[in-house]
Design a protein. Structure first.
Length: 662
């Protein structure tokens, strides 16, 4: 924020501060619009000269005996001063120099007219004609935009010349001299005051414009940073999935319209879970950052796009001409990560270094109808690479039996997941920052294959939504949360993620009501988390569904606020009980700009009157920041990790449920 009382500002702050000294506001004001000011003075002097020469007619009519001398003086002085002004303009003189020349021109113009005019025999006429000098003095103060000091000096000199001529003028009474002298002094004081006020107003206008410009720049920078954050993975600094999806569509468009073939390359860190469990999550994050840095450098060298696709998985997009080039690029990626030499002692395949499995799909098949199909093919190739022992490269080939369709496999698995006990629930605590007590638990779904290996929610949740299995899974999850968490009084409140497809399903509210009645629970024991996104339009049926859920006493929370596409529209139409701030904004608080953005988001959420929950509290510094910012609720590994209900301790007495302070 720029203040009018500020004495100095940093000029050119983006450059080397050692080479950019502080500039006073007055100096910056002088530089501001200097060329426009010089042109204004130039036009003003030319106009003044024109009027000055037109007044030669008055000389001829009133003081005809000395008119040749007076008119000659007018033309001589006008020509000299205009030539001097134009020379200054050509030499790019400063605005002060041009103003000074114009002021001197007015002084000489008055003196050059007054001295020969006073030689006239028409003394009575001339005695009144002398008031012409007041026009020169007022012109200095009002007609030109002179700085105050120049206008006062120039108009003061003209007043002194007038008074001297008035004293010297013969055959004029003292009352006349006193009256005209007082008139001239009054005009001088008045016009000087007006000039001072005008200069002050121009300066204040400049300050206001400077402040508005600074505020606009800060707002633009924050907007750009927010947009960049929404497209950036907070841990590695690479493009996140949303950003890489947009870039993938650009590649797809180039291929469809211009025939520029490309490859989608998925890179997965081998045995990363074992690395994380043995070395700890901090070292695991460090490992991912180092791999990301190596991939970023590789992508820049090969003019490719790189991003984090989720967990320990990365994605690269590159224009290539053939499958052979794709294979060579993939092998170079695999070798780049292996050359990092990161120690991994928990592997059981005879390798003690961090390596990656690489799967790629090349756009050779013109029959591909959707951009998602290329990702699907690359994912199948990656699965093949992992099935082949990891630390290798596989390209998608339609006839390769190892390229199994994981999407179809997951969809088939979801059909039998509930009856065969392959799906389970874990619960992560949400802590009240003020009291330190657990306010609620978030229910998270887990899915494993028949061999016991877990499938990432980022894989099976989209597959469940595409296949429609999410409706049955959601019903099972709600019942399981009631059985495991609420009936047993393990938690005062349970938050459950609700898919857009569930909210659109007829009879969803009725199922929720029956479930609450079956387990003898009240609706205020449940909170439904809705993730803002582009896949869910806000229409009347959705609003009615949310209204009906509220009627049951269920709380409605907005999940991952700040990362979706329509968050502000949602806030405008729906009164959420709780707004969950995405963890990326908290993790960016190690910079001043990141703190400012988090503060902006918190102000917006508080203005809506909602409870504020911040995700991603993973360090002691994050924990302390939550207290300083007076956040209502927090969630993250520092507070507690997701755990099955069997590891949770029951509460002896269910606390009274109240709305968290807003």
């Amino acid at each position: 924020m720029m203040h009018k009382s500020t004495d100095t500002i940093e000029f050119g702050a983006s450059r080397d501060p050692l080479q950019q000294p502080k500039v006073t506001l007055r100096e910056l004001y002088k530089r501001h619009g200097e060329n426009a000011h010089k042109q204004s003075t130039r036009r003003g002097l030319w106009a003044a000269v024109f009027v000055y020469l037109v007044f030669s007619i008055s000389d001829i009519l009133l003081i005809g005996d000395v008119a040749p001398y007076v008119v000659g003086a007018r033309f001589t002085i006008s020509i000299i001063m205009l030539i001097a002004l134009e020379l200054q303009m050509r030499r790019s003189s400063t605005a002060d120099a041009v103003d000074s020349t114009a002021a001197i021109a007015l002084i000489f113009a008055y003196s050059g007219w007054l001295i020969p005019s006073m030689m006239s025999e028409h003394s009575v006429v001339m005695s009144y004609y002398m008031v012409f000098g007041a026009i020169f003095m007022m012109s200095v103060n009002l007609f030109f935009n002179f700085p105050f000091r120049i206008s006062v000096v120039a108009s003061g000199i003209i007043v002194l010349i007038f008074l001297a001529g008035l004293v010297w003028f013969p055959n004029v009474g003292y009352s006349y001299k006193f009256t005209f002298g007082l008139f001239c002094l009054s005009c001088f004081i008045f016009t000087s005051y007006v000039n001072w006020k005008l200069n002050l107003e121009r300066y204040n206008v400049f300050l206001n414009a400077l402040e508005a410009k600074a505020q606009h720049r800060q707002a633009a920078e924050r907007g750009e940073a927010l947009l960049r954050l929404s497209h950036t993975d907070p841990l590695t600094g690479l493009a996140n999935r949303r950003a890489i999806d947009n870039r993938l569509r650009d590649f797809w468009r180039d291929w469809q319209q211009a025939g520029r073939t490309f490859a989608v390359i998925l890179v997965d860190v081998d045995f990363f879970k074992r690395y994380n469990d043995y070395y700890g999550h901090l070292e695991g994050d460090k490992c991912l950052v180092l791999v990301a840095q190596a991939l970023r450098a590789f992508a820049e060298e090969h003019k490719a796009s790189v991003g984090r696709f989720g967990g320990e998985e990365f994605i690269l997009l590159a224009h290539v001409a053939s499958e052979q080039q794709t294979a060579e690029l993939c092998e170079a990626i695999r070798q780049t990560v292996e050359d990092l030499g990161l120690l991994h002692e928990q592997r059981r395949d005879g390798t003690s270094k961090v390596t990656v499995s690489v799967g790629a799909a090349f756009t050779a098949d013109r029959n591909l109808s959707k951009v998602e199909k290329v990702i699907h093919q690359a994912d199948r190739a990656l699965y093949s690479a992992k099935a082949s022992g990891r630390n290798c490269v596989k390209l998608f080939h339609i006839n390769d039996p190892n390229n199994r369709d994981d999407g179809e496999n997951i969809a088939a698995l979801l059909k039998i997941a509930v009856p065969q006990g392959l799906v389970s629930m874990v619960y992560q605590p949400l802590q009240d920052v003020a009291t330190g007590k657990t306010y609620a638990y978030e229910a998270l779904m887990r899915l494993k294959m028949s061999d016991g290996a877990f499938i990432s929610p980022s894989l099976f949740i989209p597959a469940a939504e595409r296949s429609g299995a999410i409706v049955n899974l959601g019903q099972w999850a709600l019942r399981r949360v009631c059985e495991e968490l609420l009936v047993t009084n393990l938690a005062p409140v349970a938050s459950v993620n609700v898919s857009p497809l569930q909210l659109k399903t007829p009879g969803f509210v009725a199922f929720v009501a029956r479930t609450l009645d079956e387990f003898c629970l009240t609706g205020d024991r449940l909170a439904f988390e809705i993730t803002e996104g582009q896949d869910m339009e806000i229409h009347s049926s959705l609003l009615r569904c949310i209204s009906d859920l509220r009627a049951l006493g269920i709380k409605i929370w907005l999940d991952d606020f700040g990362t979706g596409f329509a968050g502000l529209s949602w806030l405008r139409l729906i009164d959420f009980d709780c707004i969950k701030i995405d963890k990326s904004f908290l993790h960016d608080c190690d910079t001043q700009r990141g703190c400012a953005m988090l503060d902006d988001i918190l102000r917006l959420a508080r203005n809506r009157g909602a409870t504020i929950l911040v995700e991603g509290v993973e360090t002691e510094e994050h924990f302390a920041l939550m207290h300083r910012l007076k956040i209502d609720l927090m969630q993250g590994y520092y507070v507690g990790r997701p755990a099955p209900a069997t590891s949770l301790r029951p509460i002896r007495q269910l606390p009274k449920l109240v709305v968290v302070s807003r």
